[in-house]
Ligand binder design. Structure first.
Ligand code: HEM
Ligand SMILES: *[C@@H]1O[C@H](CO)[C@@H](O)[C@H](O)[C@H]1NC(C)=O
Ligand SMILES: *[C@@H]1O[C@H](CO)[C@@H](O)[C@H](O)[C@H]1NC(C)=O
Ligand SMILES: CC(=O)N[C@H]1CO[C@H](CO)[C@@H](O)[C@@H]1O
Length: 344
């Protein structure tokens, strides 16, 4: 249940990824298209004349990348979320720092965002540039790549509205306060998501993204050692689970690179097991577990457990809202040639 990102880890899962990817594709054909709240300037057929094969080109890159590194899906999904919460969904998170600017992706909180997640966006854009140079924005690439990854991991599929433009600002100093943290209370998190235009239900559904990926020990360490003066371990955490996590993250010789699965039961499948875990005290982060403990969110967690299709439809609706936060359209921003740098 714990892995460091060693080569053997990646190799071990490369073989498994073929199985997972091929079985999940055939079982998930749900397509959802939201007709409401669409932002002016975004459309489904935005590239039909200028780059008709854009989504096919992207899909091929995504499938290939996932075969090489299954961890890509979680990494990219988290990066997309961070992009949208800081300056809007404008690919500002992909900009590399320069000697004069510490970019968004190098904010302290971003230190844990993994390389494979970034790589899939860059690769998809490079493939598009060969066929339709200067046409498809990095912001749209991010929205489409993320959709494909969720679907390939066994999750739902939805149509992506296109027409986003790439942002002209990427500053590490503008990250703080815009991203959720594990030590925040449910009411702080509800306010943050509300400020971004997302409801409490959207927040619960999007947290289902933690059905994939990992967290570093430091993100949950305070739950398993010296929790408070009366309990050494957070009593809302399943005891056996807490002890396993202690073995993963020994207090004396904690390796900063060690991680634990966010969804301990099915870490490489996009499913509703994350919510079932919360009912059993298997939530990894304090904020995960709080979703089941807090009266305003508990019933939503129960709904997600009840029916995976309900989770999928709430997740899709929330992803569509997330992917429209602060988008630039028309003549705002630019269409970057290289996602990592502003056009000259
Ligand atoms: C509700 C508040 C949230 C909090 C407090 C939170 C916090 C975190 C933390 C601390 C990690 C572990 C990072 C690390 O140690 O490397 C993580 C991982 C992750 N988060 Fe969240 N998150 C939240 C919501 C979301 C949302 C809305 C999404 C996407 C829609 C998301 C997607 C992910 C994914 C996919 C991972 C795994 C990343 C990987 O394995 O590379 N999270 N989150
Ligand atoms: C949460 O953690 C961050 C960074 O680890 C810290 O700066 C902040 O003060 C903490 N917030 C609360 C409410 O404890
Ligand atoms: C420790 O945490 C538990 C569970 O949250 C709580 O019931 C208890 O009152 C806390 N103890 C102290 C001293 O805060
Ligand atoms: C300062 C720092 O190390 N920032 C890192 C943020 O995450 C990206 C992606 O892994 C790294 O490339 C940066 O170096």
């Amino acid at each position: 249940m714990a892995y460091t990102f060693s080569n053997s880890f990646v190799l071990a899962f490369t073989t498994l990824s073929f199985l997972l990817v091929s079985t999940s594709v055939s079982t998930t054909t749900t397509t959802t298209r939201s007709m409401s709240n669409n932002i002016e300037g975004l459309s489904y057929n935005f590239y039909s004349n200028t780059c008709p094969n854009a989504e096919i080109i992207i899909k091929n890159v995504v499938s290939q990348k996932l075969k090489e590194a299954l961890v890509t899906a979680a990494g990219a999904l988290r990066i997309f979320f961070h992009d949208c919460f800081v300056e809007g969904c404008d690919a500002s998170v992909l900009i590399a720092s320069s000697s004069t600017n510490k970019a968004e992706r190098d904010a302290d909180i971003n230190l844990s965002l993994p390389g494979d997640g970034y790589d899939v966006f860059f690769r998809a854009k490079r493939a598009l540039e060969l066929q339709c140079p200067g046409v498809v924005s990095c912001a749209d690439v991010m929205a489409i790549v993320t959709r494909d990854l969720v679907n390939l991991m066994g999750g739902p599929r939805w149509e992506v509205l296109k027409g986003r433009r790439d942002g002209l600002i990427s500053k590490a100093s503008r990250v703080e306060g815009n991203l959720p943290q594990v030590n925040q209370t449910m009411s702080q998190l509800i306010s943050l998501f509300k400020y971004k235009g997302l409801s409490t239900l959207d927040m619960v559904a999007l947290s289902g993204a933690h059905t994939l990926g990992f967290s570093h020990c430091k993100e949950f360490i305070s739950r398993i050692y010296g929790y408070n003066t009366t309990c050494d371990i957070d009593p809302t955490m399943n005891k056996g689970f807490a002890l396993q996590l202690r073995a993963t993250c020994p207090i004396k010789s904690m390796d900063p690179n060690v991680v634990a699965f966010n969804d301990v039961t099915s870490p490489f499948t996009f499913d509703n097991a994350y919510y079932l875990n919360l009912q059993k005290g298997f939530g990894l982060l304090a904020t995960d577990q709080q979703l089941f403990l807090h009266p305003e969110t508990r019933s939503y967690v129960n709904d997600m457990v009840e029916d995976q299709q309900i989770f999928f439809s709430y997740f899709v609706a929330a992803m569509i809202k997330l992917s429209q936060i602060g988008v630039k359209t028309g003549s705002d921003g630019e269409i970057r040639h290289d996602c990592g740098t502003f056009n000259a």
